[in-house]
Design a protein around this ligand. Structure first.
Ligand SMILES: [Zn+2]
Length: 118
């Protein structure tokens, strides 16, 4: 198995403007710069909103990228009754993201956020 590491390659501050379209454009820019690789999964606090916009706009760049809500946000900030969120953006539905023993995930997005590039 190829070694995989969670990556937060860039950060940006969207003061009062962290809209879904701004996040998508920023991430697309980051992952299309020379030498960058398109991610297989994009984990984000409101990935359910992002995924719905991608589907509405049929953005080819993102269509085959898995989009999951960060587990903390999924469990604490997103409604269990939001069907789209629970059925399309739940980390538990992506076996390749689970740890070897299946008890969790092989990455910790909360820790990854703490090591963002300056
Ligand atoms: Zn959601």
């Amino acid at each position: 198995m190829q070694s995989q590491q969670p990556v937060c390659p860039k950060k940006a501050t969207f003061n009062g403007a962290e809209g879904v379209s701004n996040v998508l454009e920023f991430a697309k820019h980051v992952f299309t710069t020379p030498g960058a690789r398109k991610p297989k999964h994009f984990i984000y606090d409101t990935a359910c909103d992002v995924r719905q916009q991608v589907l509405a706009n049929k953005d080819e760049f993102w269509l085959l990228v898995g989009m999951c809500v960060d587990i903390y946000h999924l469990q604490n900030k997103h409604k269990k009754t939001h069907t789209f969120c629970q059925t399309h953006c739940n980390l538990a539905d992506y076996p390749e993201l689970k740890s070897e023993d299946g008890s969790g995930w092989w990455f910790n997005t909360s820790i990854a956020e703490q090591f963002l590039p300056q």
